[in-house]
Design a protein around this ligand. Structure first.
Ligand code: PMP
Length: 396
C-alpha cells in the first residue's frame, strides 16, 4: 500500500525544532520556533491560568462532549476580547464564533467553510507570511497567491504596492491579513493604512480574513484591535481566526477560535449551521480543558487583570531583548544599523541575515534560526543574549 509514498519535506519551522532537539551541544540556542520563553528560558505557566486550572481540577467536572461549536462562555469571551463588551456587532447577533483547535484549526475550518461557498476563489497571503498559511489554504482546496507586503529596503511595508495589488483583485478573492505583529517580519500597517485596506476590500468585494495570533504582544489587548475595529466599523462581512497559544502560553492545549462577521442575525444562524457541518466532519467538537481555562480567566475580573499584567510582562521582556540585542551588536563593533529591530512588533524579527549566515550560526555556534533570517526575540534571555550577539557579530 505504501511502497510509492515519497518522503515529504520537513516542516521548515517544526523541522528546525527536531534538529535543535537532536543537537547535543549544551550552549545551543533555539531562535527558530515562535514560542515565548521567560528569562529562565522556560515556557511560563501563567499564574492566571494556574489559578483557573486549580479551581477546575477541584470541581472535578465531567468530560462529556462539548457542543460542535465549543464552549459558549469561551466563545463569548473571545468576542469580547476582539470587539469589547459594548459592541454593536455582537449585540446585533452578527458574530458567529466557534472554538477551534488553535489558530491553525480556526484558519482551516474557515478555509473549509469558504471553500464550500466559493471553490474557485483565490486566497492571497502576504509576501512573506507565516509558512503554514499557504499550506492550510491549499489543503482546503484553494489556489494560493501572494500580495506584496514587505520591503527589505525600508524594512517596512510597501503599502503602495500592497494597496495597488488589492485594488486589482477579482471580486470574491480571499485575503489573509495579519491583524497585528506580522509573522515573520514584525512590520505592521499603520491605523491609516488599515482604513485604506478596509476601503480596498469594500471597493473590490474582497473577503477579508484576519489572523489574530498575537493580540496583546504589540501594545495591549485593546490597542492591538485596530484592524479588527476598522473592519468591525465598516459594515463589511469578514472572518477572524484567534489564537491563545502565545497570549495564554497554552500552546499544546490548542486554544483558538474562528469568528465570522455576518450581515444579520438571521444570516448568522445559517452560517453557523454550515460551519458546524465543517467542524463535525473534521474533529466533531473541540477539547474541553484549554477553552474552559481561558473562559474562566476572561470571565473573572481578578484573573483577567492578572492575565493582562502577565501578558504585559511578556511584551515588555521581548522589547527589552530587542533593545538589548541592538545595543550589544553595536557594542561589538557591528557597523550595520540594527535599530530597526526595536521598531518591529511582536515576537519576531526579520534580521536580514542571509540563509548562509543562518547556516553558519547553526553549524558553528549552535544557534538555530529560520533560513529567511527570522529570529524569535522571545527566546533570548539575559543568559544567552551576549552569546547570541557575539555569534551574530562574527557571522556578519
Ligand atoms: N497565525 C500566525 C500568524 C501564527 O504565527 C501562528 C502560530 N505560529 C498561528 C496562526 C497558529 O497558531 P496556533 O499555534 O494557535 O495554531
Amino acid at each position: 500500500i505504501f511502497s510509492a509514498v515519497e518522503m515529504a519535506p520537513r516542516d521548515p519551522i517544526l523541522g528546525l525544532n527536531e534538529s535543535f532537539n537532536a543537537d547535543t551541544r549544551d550552549f545551543k540556542v533555539n531562535l527558530g520556533v515562535g514560542v515565548y520563553f521567560n528569562d529562565e528560558g522556560k515556557i511560563p505557566l501563567l499564574a492566571a491560568v494556574k489559578s483557573a486550572e486549580q479551581v477546575r481540577l477541584a470541581a472535578q467536572p465531567p468530560r462529556g462532549y462539548q457542543a460542535i461549536e465549543g464552549n459558549p462562555a469561551y466563545n463569548t469571551g473571545v468576542q469580547n476580547l476582539l470587539f469589547g463588551t459594548e459592541s454593536e456587532l455582537t449585540a446585533a447577533g452578527r458574530v458567529v464564533t466557534a472554538q477551534a483547535l488553535g489558530g491553525t484549526g480556526a484558519l482551516r475550518i474557515g478555509g473549509d467553510f469558504l471553500q464550500r461557498l466559493n471553490p474557485n476563489a483565490t486566497v492571497y497571503i502576504s509576501n512573506p507570511s507565516w509558512e503554514n498559511h499557504r499550506a492550510i489554504f491549499e489543503a482546503a482546496g484553494f489556489k494560493v497567491g501572494d500580495y506584496p507586503y514587505y520591503d527589505a529596503a525600508t524594512r517596512g511595508v510597501d503599502f503602495a504596492a500592497m494597496k495597488a495589488f488589492l485594488l486589482g483583485l477579482e471580486a470574491g478573492s480571499i485575503i489573509i491579513l495579519h491583524a497585528c505583529c506580522h509573522n515573520p517580519t514584525g512590520a505592521d500597517l499603520s491605523d491609516a493604512q488599515w482604513a485604506e485596506v478596509v476601503e480596498a476590500c469594500r471597493e473590490r468585494g474582497l473577503v477579508p480574513f484576519l489572523d489574530m495570533a498575537y493580540q496583546g504582544f504589540a501594545e495591549g489587548i485593546s490597542e492591538d484591535s485596530v484592524a479588527v475595529n476598522a473592519f468591525a466599523a465598516s459594515g463589511l462581512q469578514f472572518l477572524i481566526s484567534s489564537s491563545f497559544s502565545k497570549s495564554f502560553s497554552l500552546y499544546g492545549e490548542r486554544v483558538g477560535a474562528l469568528s465570522i462577521i455576518t450581515s444579520s442575525k438571521e444570516e448568522s444562524g445559517r452560517v453557523l449551521s454550515q460551519l458546524k457541518r465543517v467542524i463535525r466532519t473534521n474533529y466533531s467538537n473541540p477539547p474541553i480543558h484549554g477553552g474552559a481555562v481561558v473562559a474562566a480567566v476572561l470571565a473573572s475580573p481578578e484573573l483577567r487583570a492578572m492575565w493582562e499584567e502577565e501578558l504585559g510582562g511578556m511584551r515588555v521582556r521581548i522589547r527589552s531583548m530587542r533593545s538589548g540585542l541592538v545595543e550589544k551588536l553595536a557594542a561589538r563593533g557591528v557597523a550595520q544599523d540594527f535599530s530597526f529591530v526595536t521598531q518591529q512588533r511582536g515576537m519576531f524579527s526579520y534580521t536580514g541575515l542571509t540563509a548562509d549566515q543562518v547556516e553558519v550560526l547553526r553549524a558553528e555556534h549552535g544557534i538555530y534560526a529560520v533560513s529567511t533570517g527570522r529570529i524569535c526575540l522571545a527566546a533570548l534571555n539575559n543568559k544567552n543574549i551576549d552569546y547570541v550577539a557575539d555569534a551574530i557579530a562574527k557571522v556578519l
